[in-house]
Ligand binder design. Structure first.
Ligand SMILES: O=C(O)CCC(=O)C(=O)O
Ligand SMILES: [Fe+2]
Length: 316
């Protein structure tokens, strides 16, 4: 494995343009293995990116300020009645510091839709361009990472069919600084229900992941890095070789507002490849429909239990 984040011990995988565009050869194959091993051992890893310049980072902060400085009633216009996990979320007594705006898909229209709702008269071209550009970089790298996982498990032939049923939800999140007598918990511990999540956390740390030992560590990202986290979908698909990352957000005493952006990639029909099932690895999860699973867990509310998937489709 390459190097580790000094703050957390989480693996850092370099995925520069050169390696990404090669997509073959021994360097590529060993990168694919590095990604897979990081996911198997930690459920997550950090990618140093050359996509986020300081100037672009500043534009992202400006876009977030434009959005979150709007009155709550305006932000509430962003709603998806049939999708409880999208839309606007905020002022929840359990996570009072957290506020977020979710979107469906990664098309320019998804960002445009939010901008039209928030700024119906004058629009906000800068907001649209900045968020779309961030979203696209993260979507592209998600596809590459998923492909690498398939290659490393020697099931490359299954990737295209899987890619065809991938879709994405995205979320802009803001965490305010806690008052002196308030909790510093930004987001309660949970696992993501989708296949894989890529997260950008800008300039303020706060993401914590749980290691296999049970210890919680701060992801400790630099402002130009992303973190990939395995969701329950990848856990089921890999037949439990990879565990979904258990994570939370704490605001600590940085004294700074935190802005993060997540791309949640899901696969509609999740089925463990037969190549990953054998006598030593009996099937752990039956094939399932992601939307059905979402309906199932929406009953459990905010607290996403790491054992929900087992209850839903686990093989006893
Ligand atoms: O804001 C973050 O860093 C984490 C967000 C997260 O875990 C989620 O939305 O599922
Ligand atoms: Fe999460």
């Amino acid at each position: 494995m390459g190097h580790f984040s000094p703050a957390s011990g989480i693996p850092v995988v370099e995925l520069g343009e050169k390696i990404i565009s090669a997509r073959s050869g021994s360097d590529w194959a060993s990168k694919c293995d590095e990604v897979r091993r990081a996911l198997e051992e930690y459920g997550c890893f950090i990618v140093e990116s050359d996509k986020i310049s300081t100037e672009f980072g500043d534009k992202i902060v400006k876009a977030y300020q434009d959005l979150f400085d709007l009155p709550v009633e305006t932000k509430r216009r962003n709603s998806y009645p049939s999708e409880p996990f999208l839309g606007y979320f905020g002022q929840h007594p359990k996570v009072p510091l957290h506020e977020s705006v979710g979107m469906q898909g990664t098309a320019f229209e998804a960002v445009q839709r939010v901008a039209d709702l928030m700024w119906p008269d004058q629009g906000n071209v800068e907001f649209c361009e900045t968020i779309y550009s961030l979203m696209k970089s993260m979507e592209d790298i998600s596809y590459i990472v998923c492909r690498m996982v398939f290659e490393s498990y020697n099931v490359t032939g299954l990737y295209e069919a899987c890619h065809a049923q991938m879709n994405h939800a995205t979320r802009l999140m803001k965490y305010r600084v806690p008052e002196p007598d308030e909790t510093d918990l930004g987001l309660t511990p949970h696992v993501d229900t989708n296949f894989i999540t890529v997260l950008y956390q800008g300039q303020t740390n706060g993401l914590e992941v749980q290691k296999k030992t049970g210890e919680w560590v701060t992801a400790g990202l630099s402002p130009s890095s992303f973190v990939f986290m395995a969701g329950e979908g990848l856990m089921a698909w890999s037949n439990g070789r990879i565990s979904a990352s258990h994570h939370q957000v704490t605001m600590g005493n940085t004294g700074k507002t935190r802005y993060s952006f997540a791309v949640f990639t899901s696969i509609k029909w999740t089925e463990t490849p037969e190549e990953l099932v054998d006598e030593d690895h009996p099937l752990k999860y039956k094939a399932y429909d992601h939307d059905e699973y979402m309906r199932y867990i929406s009953k459990t509310g905010l607290e996403k239990d790491p054992l929900s998937l087992k209850a839903f489709c686990g093989v006893n």
